[in-house]
Design a protein around this ligand. Structure first.
Ligand code: FES
Ligand code: FES
Length: 158
């Protein structure tokens, strides 16, 4: 079957790619655009390791078709830092040792940023609910939640 030609924006850059009609956005990011930060944990929308932003909405890239990125804005973990300067969430994850194997980390960071962008002062319960769609097999979640709350406090200047 003929490939689809898709024109989109990824992390602020205009991007074009060819994909199969059934190819997921996650596969396009990883296999066609070599943006391998987004991970595949389950490929069924259950783990959040593939979380990206699509037109400002948090989505599982494994549940979105690559063709659906046409004309949209895609933000991935590769766009989170500013050059050599880590995003405050990335810095706090390091300070709190909020990762072990790291497979879940890009998804947690994207999801946590989406939360703090809409609510700069979430409660611990809100953080835990918001991140309920992101699974981690290593850390036990407490360090992740503390890193997010610490980031929020720092970004508020408190
Ligand atoms: S790989 Fe997409 S939710 Fe698990
Ligand atoms: S750090 Fe290993 S799955 Fe989360």
């Amino acid at each position: 079957m003929a490939k689809l030609h898709v024109t989109t924006t990824v992390n602020g850059d205009a991007v074009e790619f060819l994909c199969d009609a059934e190819q997921t956005l996650l596969d396009v990011l990883r296999d066609e655009l070599q943006l391998t930060g987004s991970k595949e944990g389950c490929a069924s929308g259950d783990c959040g390791a593939c979380s990206v932003m699509l037109d400002g909405r948090l989505v599982c890239a494994c549940l979105v078709l690559g063709a659906e990125a046409e004309g949209k804005l895609v933000e991935t973990i590769e766009g989170m830092a500013s050059g050599d300067e880590l995003h405050p969430l990335q810095q706090k994850f390091l300070e709190h040792a909020a990762l072990q194997c790291g497979v879940c980390t890009p998804g947690f960071l994207i999801a946590a940023k989406a939360l703090l962008d809409r609510d700069p002062d979430p409660s611990e319960t809100e953080v835990r609910y918001w991140l309920a769609g992101n699974l981690c097999r290593c850390t036990g979640y407490d360090k992740i939640v503390r890193a997010v709350l610490d980031t929020a406090a720092e970004m508020r200047g408190s």
